[in-house]
Structure formats: structure tokens, C-alpha cells
Design a protein. Structure first.
Length: 477
């Protein structure tokens, strides 16, 4: 969707500190240059991870260097600090780094190659392979200091190790996005949806960020200022992005475009990173029409990296944000029906959709009625691209703690409803009824985010960094 440039996505700021025991340098003159070369290679790989801003504070050799590096990394406001154990080093060199920063620390032990050459290596050559030696010391010291510990061991060109490192970088970037995020909550709770209700304080205390409580009139006053030219431009964009079905009424499309422009202004004025909304309204009055006109604009925002969820589902807009930052899409989803003949779970939802995960050009369909809601207008319809997918929701326990719940499956082709919803047929490799029972018992809400790819490992890493429970629903086939 090149016509929908992404907004508000900040690079992940990664701090790098490499080190080794300074007592070795005069004893083995060739060692330090080799280790610095390894550190440069690590820095290059981290910079090449895409949306990463690297803060490289150089090579440390003792606890004084460690203290100086700690202060520089603290001031940099990193999302993740990577400590590269190039050879043996004392815990006193890295514990201050971990204590000074609010960022999680990942220790990596990447020796130069797969193995040593025992026939030719002397002590100095061996020490370049000795990054594993201090790892237990670091783990013990971090535990006693009350610091979370995680590590990746391998060798410099070990792609399996780099995949694990990239997973922690992604998780740290999402943690940072949540801690800095501003999340809009517009309108009011859908009456009776007890699972959707969220204590706003719990979002800030468990995930970070700020929840901005918005009134439907905050949107109304902005929609009232939208010009005819802006509406025409937004209608043209809709025709560029969507296939517009013959069921779409021109006036309804124009209204959806008007609300879309107003939503963009609302998001910009309040500097939002996500949005959850619902307003019931009454008898066709303006507030009802505003609530009914949001699907087009909310879907366009979601496609640009600012997820929007209907039915006041704040925890789901946060789940959609997480999936979006994993480049997995993340569409507003719930159960539709079970197909025991084909062994699939059918799921989808009316309302905001992540256009990036559509199997084909998404469709705008006109609806004379929104089931379960008041109003009418245009809705987004598509089926999710076939292939691996992950369902992900943010549930809440009795004690108020959030729980991250995920399940991996595969979208398979087959018949789908054509009712203005995003829909998919997901094979979880188990009996559909048994899967639904297990998924429902997990503590997830009745809404969740559906994204492409198998993402449970990434989500598990994020849960660890957030100190949240993670539960993967997986049944034997």
C-alpha cells in the first residue's frame, strides 16, 4: 500500500557495549585488535536490521570504562542494550550498565567461528573464543542485582543466533513503543461487554504510555471543518486503495471520507499511536452517523501503522499495535463459526481491518445495517492471505494482570461470507471445537488481532520484557 505511507513509527534505539578483561591486552597484543574487529562486525549486523538506530559506546576494559558506558547509554534512552562478551570480563563491568538504564539488556556471546583450531591455537587465540566463560557469572550477578537476564550464544556468522538476537531487538522496539505510546479511547463502552472493560491505570502501570480519553464531540468538531476538496481527495484515495462495490452509496462513501479526514486531524492533534472507539447514538442523529462512518478512516489509519479497533476494545487496539510493529498486520477479529467438515475455525469482524494482510485488493461494501450497532454506511471486506497466521489477544486476569495469549495456525482457501467483514478460515491443526474451548479458557477477550506469520516466539520475548504472563494455545492434532 505505497499510497498509504506509515506514520509515527520510531526506529528501535539499540545501545551496544563490547568488552573484555583489560589485563589481557599487554599479555596478548594481537587479542584486542581481533576483538574490536568482532565488535565492529556485530555493530554492522545490528545496523543492518532495518529500523534500528545504533548507539555504539565502544569497547570497555574495566569497571571504570563500564561506569562511563553506563552513563552514556542511560542518557541515550535506549530501547535495548546489547552487551557483547568478546572474551572473559568481570560482572562489575556490565552490572552498572544494566542498573543505570531502564532498558532491558541482552548479552551476546558470539565467538569468531564455529570452533577453535586446537592444533594451532595458543592462549591468546583461545581467549578470543572465551565469551562463554563470563556468561554464568553475569547471570548470577544479574539475578542477585534483581536484573532480568537473557542471552544469545553462537558465533559471528551464526544465522540462528542472529535470528534470536533480531527477535529481542523487535521485542524491545515494541516495548519502547508501548512505553512511549499515546492511546486514544473515544466514546463509551459497548453496553454489556464486560470482557472489554479495562482499567486505564493498568495500561500505564503494566505497559507504559498514556491513555487519552476522548469525547465523540472531539471528532465532531473536526469533521465539521472538513472541506469539499478534502472529501473529494479522500474519495479518490478510497477508489485507489479499494475496489468499490456497486452496493456502495455515493453519499455514504462521501460521509465515510469526511469522517476519515476528521479522524486524521483527531489523531494528529492528540498525537495518538492507536485508537479504540465506539458510540451508540440514536435515531440517525449526528453522533450515530459519526460512529457509523468510521470504518473507512479507521482502516486507512490501521494500514498506516496507527491501529484502530471498534467496540471500545482498548486492549485489542494495543494487540493490533503489537502485531503491526512485528510487520504482521493485525486485524480486528472475533469468532464467526466452526466448520467441522473442513476442520477450520472461521473468524473475522466488521470494522477496522489491516489492509496489508488482504489476499487481494480489499473491497468497500455498502451496508444498510451494521449488525449489533446502529447506523449504516460503507464497510471493508477482504479475506486474509493464505498461509501461516497468529491470533493474538491481550487478556486480563482476576488480579488485574494482563496476559498475552497467542495461537499459531494457517489460513486455508475455501468459501467465505460476503457481508462486509474481514474473514478467514484458520486451520489450527486440531478439532475446531476443542480449539475454541481451549482458546476461550485462556483468558483472552472475545476480540483479538489476527496477523500473518507465526509470531509466538516474538510475542513470548515481548512478554518477558514486559514481565507479563504469556500463554500459547496449542493442541495435539
Amino acid at each position: 500500500m505505497d499510497v498509504l505511507p506509515r506514520v509515527g513509527v520510531r526506529p528501535t534505539r539499540v545501545g551496544l557495549v563490547a568488552g573484555g578483561l583489560g589485563a589481557y591486552w599487554p599479555q596478548f597484543p594481537d587479542l584486542l585488535p581481533q576483538l574490536r574487529g568482532s565488535a565492529d562486525r556485530v555493530a554492522g549486523r545490528l545496523r543492518g536490521m532495518g529500523d534500528v538506530e545504533l548507539v555504539d559506546v565502544g569497547f570497555i576494559s574495566d569497571e571504570r570504562d563500564g561506569a562511563a558506558a553506563a552513563e552514556r547509554l542511560r542518557a541515550a534512552g535506549c530501547d535495548l542494550i546489547v552487551g557483547f562478551l568478546t572474551t572473559y570480563m568481570t560482572a562489575s563491568m556490565l552490572v552498572p550498565v544494566a542498573r543505570a538504564s531502564d532498558a532491558p539488556v541482552l548479552l551476546i556471546n558470539l565467538q569468531p567461528t564455529e570452533r577453535m583450531d586446537h592444533e594451532t591455537f595458543d592462549t591468546g587465540a583461545w581467549l578470543a573464543y572465551c565469551g562463554a566463560c563470563p556468561l554464568p557469572e553475569m547471570a548470577n550477578s544479574f539475578e542477585r542485582a534483581g536484573i532480568g537476564f537473557r542471552s544469545v550464544s553462537g558465533y559471528l556468522e551464526d544465522e540462528r543466533a542472529w535470528a534470536r538476537i533480531a527477535r529481542w531487538v523487535r521485542a524491545a522496539g515494541i516495548r519502547g513503543a508501548l512505553r512511549r505510546g499515546r492511546h486514544g479511547l473515544l466514546g463509551h463502552l459497548y453496553p454489556g461487554m464486560l470482557d472489554v472493560s479495562t482499567d486505564l491505570t493498568s495500561v500505564t502501570t503494566q505497559l507504559g504510555g498514556h491513555v487519552e480519553v476522548l469525547e465523540i464531540d472531539d471528532l465532531r468538531v473536526r469533521v465539521e471543518k472538513v472541506t469539499d476538496a478534502e472529501v473529494a481527495d479522500r474519495v479518490a484515495l478510497a477508489h485507489e486503495v479499494f475496489t468499490v462495490d456497486s452496493s456502495v452509496n455515493a453519499d455514504d462513501l462521501a460521509w465515510g471520507a469526511t469522517v476519515s479526514v476528521g479522524l486524521d486531524r483527531l489523531v494528529a492533534d492528540f498525537e495518538l499511536d492507536s485508537l479504540a472507539y465506539y458510540h451508540r447514538g440514536l435515531a440517525g442523529e449526528q453522533h450515530e452517523r459519526l460512529g457509523a462512518g468510521m470504518i473507512l478512516g479507521a482502516s486507512l489509519l490501521t494500514a498506516r501503522g496507527l491501529p484502530a479497533a471498534g467496540e471500545y476494545e482498548l486492549r485489542n487496539s494495543l494487540a493490533m499495535l503489537i502485531m503491526d510493529r512485528l510487520a504482521a498486520g493485525g486485524s480486528f477479529t472475533e469468532l464467526q463459526a466452526l466448520n467441522f467438515t473442513d476442520g477450520v475455525v472461521e473468524m473475522g469482524h466488521d470494522g477496522p481491518a489491516h489492509l496489508a494482510i488482504s489476499a487481494r485488493r480489499p473491497l468497500l461494501r455498502g451496508l444498510g445495517v451494521y449488525h449489533g450497532k446502529r447506523g449504516w454506511g460503507v464497510s471493508v471486506e477482504f479475506d486474509v492471505a493464505p498461509g501461516p497466521v497468529t491470533t493474538f489477544g491481550l487478556g486480563q486476569r482476576r488480579d488485574g494482570r494482563f496476559v498475552m495469549v497467542a495461537a499459531e495456525g494457517e489460513v486455508v482457501p475455501g468459501p467465505l461470507l460476503r457481508i462486509g467483514n474481514t474473514t478467514s478460515r484458520v486451520d489450527f491443526g486440531a478439532d475446531p471445537g476443542e480449539w475454541v474451548d481451549a482458546w476461550s479458557a485462556s483468558g483472552v477477550n472475545h476480540h483479538w488481532a489476527l496477523g500473518t506469520g507465526h509470531r509466538a516466539a516474538d510475542l513470548s520475548a515481548l512478554a518477558e520484557l514486559l514481565d507479563l504472563e504469556f500463554r500459547e494455545v496449542r493442541l495435539p492434532g
